[in-house]
Design a protein around this ligand. Structure first.
Ligand code: ATP
Ligand code: MG
Length: 571
């Protein structure tokens, strides 16, 4: 295949991609397409990447109207394949009535929320809004071993950041006395018993399907033992539901409803030592608080039988329990249980490490709450488990940021360029090529520039390149400093367009995250620090502002008195 044909085809796909993404094609996406099409003709990624990069630059200089016109003329069929806006509305709930739907999000205050919690919380919240119903935030703080005071507020802050507001808030630990009453009701009905077997014995009996001697204990004796549990005169006892020790569903083999945890609770102190398990508290709280449609992740599916049996015994209202798949992301630990040891062992810097899927980590790297929302709702409420790449989150974020953030030049690994006969200029450059309302800056140029070393490595003596948005330069000398000659300002097709700064640059460090794990293994290169020069105009920006460094990617800025640091979100 002729290189001209290759260029022609790549241009069509670059145009198509640009039109789909507000006039700006993404090199990576087009490279992917080019490799898929041309590798069979013997073109390697190494051949294709520079061609694509050139063409994408050219295409991105055009207005979206010109892009559409050109594609209409050359390949109208590609224009028709514009991505359809996806509909993220949630499917109807069974037996749901307007004004009557009550949902809840029940986090355990034992860590910071992550994107998996965002999925659960947003589905619960969105359903309550869809039906003009009520949304409850319930802290499931019934394990004093794990609950910590700081997490109640931190979780609320993170939910508010996501745009979630709750109509009611309470803590399960406020209802322990109510739980005790219900436990006594079960004991009196002969439907629960205190078991004093060792944990090993309980496990063994569950595994083999055998009843233990405690099960036969009469109600009065069980009640006495229960009172001893509560009043601290015995240890090593649990309250169990009389399920079915022979049931195929092992979750029904007399599940534990209460256990002794002699630890100080962050809100209740030492007031209680007997605490309900998730099986008990989850079911009872959903029912008592009026929740109509509680959601849980699919791994609890086997416990549903226990949920309903318990409510049956207690003669409590049964909600419409539903399940969806747990969210998993490639190379990221989407679970508090997996995140905690990474922090404790200093493998990551803290809960807001930019490599983590915590809402704080995502926020720090510039992921927008709206992107998280669109992403999790796009996953829907299916029960099919899958592990998705983080690039899906990135593409939602890119689509939101691309039209609204200012673009700046950033020169990675800079090398000095002196253009001897360069005219001094006061060049006005718009912050966004397609949106003049974002304003512009004036860059004063002289003969000194800084340009990316890697770009210069590819060019030879005598080659011509363009300082982007400025003028063309011919290379006259290549050493530790590059020398060049000013050769006019007219756009020359197919010349490389190079990012630059003047000598009024701002040195920057940018933290660039990549997946924490590759397969099961920790990725030692998961956080790189890149250094480079940003153009002086960024010093006028504030902490938290997100910019697009052209050809580099989206970066959230953090300013201190001494320096500006960046956190890379994605290309
Ligand atoms: P973790 O392993 O992160 O501690 P958890 O389920 O124990 O998870 P909770 O604070 O008890 O964490 O969870 C609150 C809610 O968030 C639950 O309804 C739970 O099912 C949901 N949730 C937690 N992790 C995910 C996930 N990865 N995907 C979807 N929902 C999740
Ligand atoms: Mg939990």
């Amino acid at each position: 295949m002729d290189i001209k044909d290759v260029r022609h085809t790549i241009r069509l796909y670059a145009l198509q991609n640009a039109i789909q993404f507000n006039g700006k094609a993404n090199s990576k996406a087009v490279v992917g397409k080019a490799i898929a099409i041309f590798s069979k003709d013997g073109f390697s990624p190494r051949d294709l990447i520079p061609i694509v990069s050139d063409i994408v630059d050219e295409v991105n200089c055009l207005s979206i109207d010109s892009q559409k016109k050109e594609l209409e003329m050359k390949a109208p069929e590609l224009l028709k394949r514009e991505k359809k806006e996806r509909d993220f509305s949630l499917p109807e709930l069974p037996e749901a009535q307007k004004g009557k739907v009550v949902t809840r999000f029940p986090p355990e205050p034992n860590g910071y929320l992550h994107i998996g919690h965002a999925k659960a919380a947003l589905i619960d919240f969105e359903y309550s809004r869809k039906y003009d119903g009520k949304f409850i935030l319930r802290f499931d703080d019934t394990n004093p071993e794990n609950a910590r005071l700081e997490f109640y507020d931190a979780q609320k802050e993170d939910l508010l950041w996501l745009g979630i507001q709750w109509d009611e808030e309470y803590r399960t630990s406020d209802n322990i006395e109510k739980h005790y009453k219900l436990a006594e009701q079960l004991i009196n009905q002969g439907e629960a018993y205190v078991c004093t077997c060792s944990p090993e014995n309980i496990k063994e009996c569950r595994f083999t399907g055998r009843e233990c001697k405690c099960r036969d204990c009469d109600r009065g004796d069980s009640m006495d033992l229960w009172n001893e549990m509560v009043s601290s005169s015995i240890d090593g006892a649990v309250l169990r539901l009389k399920g079915d020790m022979y049931c195929d569903n092992t979750a029904m083999r007399d599940p534990t409803l209460f256990r002794i945890i002699d630890k100080e609770h962050p809100l209740k102190g030492k007031k209680y030592r007997v605490w309900p398990t998730y099986d008990f508290a989850g079911a009872v709280e959903d029912s008592l608080s009026g929740v109509t449609h509680p959601f849980r992740t699919k791994e609890y599916e086997l416990r549903d039988e226990c949920y309903f049996k318990l409510l049956d015994f207690l003669k409590l209202r049964k909600p419409h329990l539903m399940e969806f798949a747990r969210l998993s992301i490639e190379g990221m630990p989407v679970s508090k249980r997996k995140i905690k040891p990474l922090i404790e062992k200093n493998i990551v810097s803290g809960y807001d490490d930019v490599r983590l899927p915590t809402l704080r980590g995502l926020r720090k790297r510039g992921i927008q709450p709206e992107a998280i929302k669109q992403f999790v709702l796009s996953q829907g409420i299916s029960k099919v488990e899958s592990t998705v790449p983080f690039s899906i989150v990135e593409s939602f974020n890119r689509k939101l940021l691309d039209p609204k953030v200012k673009r700046f030049f950033f020169v990675e690994n800079p090398i000095k360029l002196i253009v001897e006969n360069a005219p001094e200029k006061k060049k006005k450059i718009q912050f966004h090529p397609h949106d003049e309302t974002l304003g512009s800056r004036v860059v004063n140029t002289n003969k000194v520039f800084y340009v990316p070393r890697e770009d210069m490595n590819i060019l030879k003596l005598g080659d011509i390149f363009r300082l982007k948005d400025l003028f063309n330069v011919k290379i006259t000398q290549k050493n530790e400093t590059i020398y060049g000659e000013y050769i006019g300002e007219k756009l020359i097709s197919e010349t490389a367009k190079i990012q630059w700064t003047t000598d009024e640059y701002i040195p920057m460090k940018i933290f660039v995250p990549s997946p924490l794990f590759i397969g099961e293994k920790f990725n030692p290169d998961s956080l790189r620090i890149l250094e480079g020069y940003a153009e002086g105009a960024i010093s006028a920006l504030n902490t938290n502002e997100i910019v697009q460094f052209e050809r580099f990617g989206f970066v959230r800025l953090e300013n201190t008195a001494a320096e500006i640091t960046g956190y890379f979100a994605h290309k």
